[in-house]
Design a protein around this ligand. Structure first.
Ligand code: 26M
Length: 822
């Protein structure tokens, strides 16, 4: 009977307008007569939010009632981007909203663009977590994300005189997508000491006493699925001083200022996302963030389990916890602590539960990214956890000793504790030992884990603990939302949008590869998307780019291993080549726009130097009258998710050119190909599987293979190094001050010429340039290029995160979907 009161379920334009106006006038207390785009955004968001809330409540009720196994995805990063467009497409009322907004004088695109990106992540790892949430909801898995509610997301990048500047990203003001749950709090302890007691049975028990307490407050974000009623929950923790401490003790003692300082100190924990990507720097605050978030999440998960009044040995049948990288590894220790110290279980029984519960995903083999925490730091901050880590290590090393008697080398290699000064806790080893499955993110990456980084553990545990789950992306955001024209054309050919939830259906497109009209429409859509990007470039940089040029794009975090330096050296080589040409020769040149985007970690000087060089080259090339439209260089400031949605559909070619063996998977490679762009890349990460799926005629591969990297580095190290002659010309140009003071770039050129060229830029340069020549030739044949583009999209079905999530569900989590019905 209450159903008739259920508000807000607008089903057409008129009802949407009614809801919009109601929210603008009452919820927002704004007059319709001075309603600007921002108010229109807020009103629209609130109208759609109401619909999500209804399905969200229903989902949570059903999942609790059914009480089947849930997945908890622990990630310090969720790079969500904007929520409104996603909510509209999932609810399925975008057209009604478009028409309704248009009646009020607004363009829906402009309204959508009012939203601030939720940028709680650095790059691939954070965006993968966001795509996973989308697929888990779409596939009806009972799943929660757990993360931190940073007050400042990843910094905003400004380019000033060619240099990167970082500006804080304060994003929380009037965010309609989060719901504070002030009643859901957890007290989190730090510091203090461990005391041993004997309980009534004579058993030694440990208590952790006299620490500082910080309060975790839950903020919930609804995660709607596409074409389903399932709306899952993302729970983000925010830190504040525990109210007892603030209000009474110091305040009453008259020490108001120090009480406020404590308050601020507590709030610092969730204040800012660390802007490193693939780099570990051992800061205490970062460890505090990790424990704060793990402890709050574990408390919440355990509290939910205990409500069911099941026996502890059923915990792994009810709960699967996935660790996104080693950042949440303390959750393993925290669960062991709860089971032993608070619930009184025996060690073996507890440890058995723990290892059955956790799975660990590794995202990188780069040594500088592997987390290690100093033992003294951990001793001070988390004394009880350090004891438990030592115990875990002891029992582990005892079993290793039995299997490999007298192999001291082996014991010291696999010990969780590195015997350095200071001693260090190796988090990846702890994660492996505490999990039942460890996975890499692409085949090559998972193989490298087994043969190099984690080789000893494969011997100890056998190969079954290690597996591969190749990454994907969600086609809802990266095809349907980012590229509505292409999505509509595909739907027209395939007779509906089913491909969005079964991406393998794209293979039906291959039947149209030779259809002239279809090719023409395909080409037209690419041009429209290039125009959209050209407009964006014009409005943000002032530069005009010609959509008939080949758009060549590399957007991702700036890192030496991703080799943006190889790209910009290639651009300089192209520039020098064109400058040397006769007018006659120039006529044969394929005009190019080289587009870059990406942030450098604020303390990563080499990455900042690469950004500086790109911008200096852009300054020179873009105003050189000899060059005209034959080459333009664009650096897009502040690359983020919402910009990626404009950029990915507009590429002819994108670059995925990491040194072989260094990129875990890469995911933008998938986004670009899914949108009909071809790629140039190395045999690295998921490029290899993309090649296998789409065929090697449809991709431009170059460079040395992973198996040759070690030997090449070895040779460089022993002085066997000759700078590639074409690269030498590029360096000569840089050193002639052609792009400003050469001293600005000397560290970069020296890293290659003088310091061993660790990333093999010189070794791969010739192959890179030659392959770009093949790209030019291929681009001249428009029909051939289109055939490659269409064929590639048709064969990309494998790279949906729906496939990825089903693999995790079957082989790691052992969870079943639960459909939410009315
Ligand atoms: C570590 C310490 C302190 C602060 C930050 C970090 C840190 C943050 C992010 C370390 C690594 C981080 O991310 C690594 C990452 O994004 N890896 C990428 O993961 C993608 C998804 O699996 C892969 O596609 C990429 O190849 C891989 O580089």
């Amino acid at each position: 009977a209450w159903r008739k009161y259920s508000a807000s379920e607008f089903t057409n334009k008129e009802e949407f307008e009614k809801e919009l106006v109601r929210h603008i006038e009452t919820t927002l207390a704004r007059s319709l007569y001075n309603c600007d785009e921002n108010a229109a955004y807020s009103g629209t968001a609130l109208a759609f939010r109401d619909r999500l809330i209804i399905e969200w409540n229903k989902t949570q009720q059903r999942q609790t009632f059914t009480d089947q196994k849930r997945v908890y995805y622990l990630s310090l990063e969720f790079l969500m981007g904007r929520a409104l467009d996603n909510a509209m497409l999932n609810v399925g009322m975008k057209d009604a909203a478009r028409d309704g907004l248009s009646d009020l004088g607004f363009r829906i695109e402009d309204v959508i663009a009012q939203e601030h990106d939720a940028a709680l992540g650095n790059g691939g790892l954070g965006r993968l977590a966001a795509c996973f949430l989308d697929s888990m909801a779409t596939l009806n898995y009972p799943a929660w994300g757990y993360g931190l509610r940073y007050r400042y997301g990843i910094f905003k990048q400004e380019i000033v005189n060619g240099y990167q500047m970082e500006v804080p990203d304060y994003w929380l003001d009037n965010n309609p997508w989060e719901f504070p749950r002030h009643e859901i709090t957890v007290d989190i302890q730090f510091y203090g000491r461990v005391k041993n007691h004997q309980n009534e049975n004579g058993k030694v028990v440990h208590t952790w006493e006299d620490g500082e307490i910080v309060q975790a407050v839950a903020y919930d974000v609804p995660i709607p699925g596409y074409g389903t009623k399932t709306t899952n929950n993302l729970r983000l923790w925010s830190s504040k001083a525990s109210s007892g401490e603030f209000d009474f003790q110091k305040f009453n003692a008259g020490d108001y200022e120090s009480a406020v300082a404590d308050q601020q100190n507590a709030e610092t924990i969730s204040a800012v996302l660390y802007p490193n990507d693939n780099l570990e720097r051992g800061k205490e605050l970062r460890l505090k963030q990790q424990y704060f978030w793990c402890a709050a999440s574990l408390f919440d998960i355990v509290r939910r389990f205990k409500k069911t009044r099941r026996a502890w040995n059923e915990f792994p049948d009810q709960v699967a916890i996935q660790l996104n990288d080693t950042h949440p590894t303390l959750a393993i220790v925290e669960l062991q602590r709860i089971l032993i110290d608070e619930e009184g279980l025996e060690w073996d029984e507890a440890w058995n539960i723990v290892t059955k519960t956790f799975g660990y995903t590794n995202h990188t083999v780069l040594p500088e990214a592997l987390e290690k925490w100093s033992v003294p730091l951990m001793q001070n901050l988390l004394p009880r956890h350090l004891q438990l880590i030592y115990d875990i290590n002891l029992f582990f090393l005892q079993t290793v000793e039995k299997r490999f008697p007298k192999d001291r080398e082996m014991l010291s290699r696999v010990s969780i504790i590195e015997e350095s000064h200071p001693k260090m806790v190796r988090m990846a080893y702890l994660a492996i030992i505490g999990s039942h499955k460890v996975n890499g993110v692409a085949e090559l990456h998972s193989d490298l884990l087994k043969t190099t980084l984690f080789k000893d553990f494969v011997e100890i545990y056998g190969p079954d603990r290690f597996t591969n789950v190749t990454n994907g992306v969600t086609p809802r955001r990266w095809l349907h939302q980012a590229n509505p024209l292409l999505s509509a054309l595909i739907a027209e050919k395939l007779g509906g949008h089913e491909f969005l939830t079964d991406l393998t259906l794209l293979d039906k497109l291959e039947a149209f590869v030779d259809d002239k009209d279809f090719r023409h429409e395909w080409a037209h859509i690419k041009t429209m998307n290039k125009l959209r990007l050209a407009k964006f470039i014009k409005s943000t940089t002032g530069h005009e780019v010609d959509p008939n040029s080949l758009f060549d794009i590399q957007v991702k975090r700036i890192h030496e291993y991703k080799r943006q330096q190889l790209n910009i050296f290639g651009v300089i080589h192209r520039y020098l080549t064109i400058k040397d040409m006769s007018a006659e020769e120039k006529k044969k040149v394929v005009p190019r726009v080289s587009i870059f985007g990406g942030k450098a970690a604020p303390g990563y000087w080499m990455a900042k130097t690469i950004i500086h060089l790109i911008n200096k080259v852009a300054d020179v090339v873009n105003k050189d009258a000899d060059i005209g439209n034959l080459l333009k260089v664009i650096f897009i400031e502040d690359y983020n998710v919402s910009k990626a949605e404009i950029i990915c559909p507009a590429s002819d070619l994108s670059e995925h050119i990491s040194t072989a063996g260094t990129e875990g998977s890469g995911t933008s490679n998938m986004k670009f190909v899914m949108n009909g762009g071809l790629i140039i890349g190395t045999c690295d990460g998921a490029n290899i599987e993309i090649t296998r799926e789409i065929g090697e005629n449809n991709i431009f591969l170059f460079g040395n293979l992973a198996e040759d990297v070690e030997e090449l580095r070895h040779r460089h190290f022993y002085g066997d190094f000759q700078l590639d002659p074409q690269l030498a010309k590029v360096f000569a140009a840089i050193k002639s001050n052609m792009f400003g003071d050469a001293a600005d770039f000397s560290a970069l050129t020296a890293s290659i010429e003088e310091h061993g060229d660790y990333y093999l830029v010189s070794d791969d340069f010739n192959s890179y340039i030659t392959t770009h020549g093949m790209v030019d030739e291929a681009f001249k044949n428009k029909e051939e290029w289109l055939a490659k583009s269409i064929t590639s999209v048709a064969r990309m079905g494998f790279f949906s995160t729906d496939r990825v999530i089903n693999e995790y569900a079957d082989s790691i989590w052992n969870v079943e979907p639960l459909e939410i019905k009315d």
